[in-house]
Design a protein around this ligand. Structure first.
Ligand code: SF4
Length: 206
């Protein structure tokens, strides 16, 4: 069990999956920069959060709900949690995350949603089997099943992210294609760092 002082943000898991260096720059070194993609994402989240709570038939919708898990050492906020009324009169949470773009090839969105579900499970003492991700670009809502494989990946990522942040060490920059969409590109300078590294290597070899 973690104490609240050791909590990391839910968003750190997604940053870690995208690039451990980006995760450390943001969550260890407190570096942040916005690009068009992060600005569009922030505006979308703000819009969703502003809409407040409402009821639609047998669904109660809560927005900007604070989350935390003592077991995983995570805290953050869910964009939307729908509470679906069950036949026995109880309410089952169904987290919905809003994303600016389209589905990604990696599991980062599903891991972030699963981590939110695991927070809700711990807070409300329920089992949540599924949630959904709404993608702004395709305007489609994709259901996500919280199966054992996704749960175990989420726990592993939470563990590794804690290790990275607690180490206080920022991994070295390595230029990859994804760097072009990274909001920290201008601060991280992966191409220059790589060039310096290869010059240093050359000088050491002569
Ligand atoms: S620019 Fe590339 S290496 Fe640097 S933080 Fe972003 S993704 Fe990671």
């Amino acid at each position: 069990m973690f104490s609240e002082d050791d909590f990391i943000m839910l968003s750190a898991l997604q940053h870690y999956i995208f690039c451990p260096r980006q995760c450390a720059l943001i969550h260890v070194e407190q570096v942040w920069a916005e690009n068009r993609l992060t600005a569009e994402g922030r505006i979308m989240h703000d819009k969703v959060h502003e809409e407040g709570s409402e009821s639609r038939g047998s669904v109660r919708i809560e927005r900007a709900l604070a989350l935390r898990s003592l077991r995983l050492g995570l805290s953050g906020m869910a964009d939307v949690v729908e509470f679906h009324r069950q036949a026995n009169g109880s309410w089952l949470p169904f987290p919905v995350e809003y994303k600016r773009g389209k589905p990604k090839p990696d599991e980062s969105d599903a891991v972030q949603l699963c981590a939110q579900a695991m927070c809700l499970e711990e807070m409300l003492n329920v089992r949540i089997e599924a949630g959904a991700i709404f993608y702004g670009k395709t305007r489609h809502r994709h259901d996500v099943k919280f199966d054992e494989a996704l749960r175990s990946t989420t726990e592993e990522i939470a563990h590794k992210t804690h290790e990275l942040i607690e180490s206080g060490i920022t991994p070295k920059a390595m230029y990859e294609k994804k760097c072009e969409s990274c909001s920290l590109l201008e601060l991280c300078l992966p191409k220059i760092v790589e060039k310096v590294r290869s010059v240093k290597k050359y000088l050491e070899s002569v």
